[in-house]
Design a protein around this ligand. Sequence first.
Ligand code: PLP
Length: 387
Amino acid sequence: MDRVYMDHNATTPIRDEVLETMMPYFHEKFGNASSIHSFGQECRVGIEEAREQVAGIISARPGEIYFTSGGTESDNLAIKGVAYANRDKGNHIITSQIEHSAVLNCCSFLEGRGFTVTYLPVNRFGLVDAASVADAITDQTILITIMHANNEIGTIQPIERIGQVAREAGVYFHTDAVQSVGKVPIAADIAGVDLLSLSAHKLYGPKGVGALYVRKGTVIEPLIHGGAHEGKMRAGTENTAGIIGFGVSAELAQFEMDSEARHLSVLRRRLEDLVACRIPEYVINGHPEQHLPGTLNVSFPGAEGDALILSLDLKGIAVSSGSACTSGAIEPSHVLMALGLDPRAALSSLRFSLGRGNTEEDVDYVMAHLPDVVGRLRGISTVATQG
Ligand SMILES: Cc1ncc(COP(=O)(O)O)c(C=O)c1O
């Protein structure tokens, strides 16, 4: 059976070049980067090179990059770190309703500790209105945290305009760019961003390693206390191999960004066109133009998303759905609900996230099975509703 992976927004496979560069750091180059002897120093050199590579992909200075355990930790450090350090200036945070749970759950955690949070709505394409960000700012606002690209629908926010609003108001601006870094260009400084979260496993690097960009001069408190690692921003002996893999994956992604975006756009267009030709009723979720090149989110009314995933999985196809399992119950995704979809449409959605290994043949393989799977599940669901 063929196997086709179209769930790259969940995670990506490590590239061969990345793995090769990482391997020596598990064996012969095992030193502690804080040690002053040569075993430590060869690791220190590798980590600092990775810092330059990661800084390069967002046009930042290496000294503004702090390695973490991934996107979730970076979001926590940015949001809680700014909130704690600026508590004397205010207690209000602005975010959007379609953030990743790493942001939303930080915000709700802080709500339980005396902070207030405004959750801005989005339009039907998933866009936050920069004017509504400006309107939400009060004299208590200390942080705006709005993601760059959404992980479920791929919509890309008007980050420069929001950054400008934040700068004019003198409020810190954090963006979760975990899904966009390496796929679309983002220059932290030009975008008016003070803090930016990244994660290696979304760009063909290893899992469990990420980074937070912190613009020089930003007042922020560390969350993890211990040794003087990462400029005292994040204590703990560095994950040398992971960081080095992150660096190489960032450099390769930067180098190949344009050609990769073209490749993904062609495949996404083919997938969308074939869906339009072969499946009678469907709705595309997300922005028609401002979206990640490889993300396509589609609702197939009448067919249940999780059943679609399982049926496709039996054909060797990996995609994901717009539902989440919360306390044992299947809930529609908060992102699709925020777009204004009714819960049944949200529960009937699939996310295809294409990646560098995908080909036209993969798209054709998916489309050789998807119409039948959707048709069959629609039949079942009609029988079930009639019954
Ligand atoms: C937008 C976004 N933010 C944060 C994360 C969390 O990143 P990590 O898996 O590295 O903790 C993800 C992962 O899916 C994501 O898509």
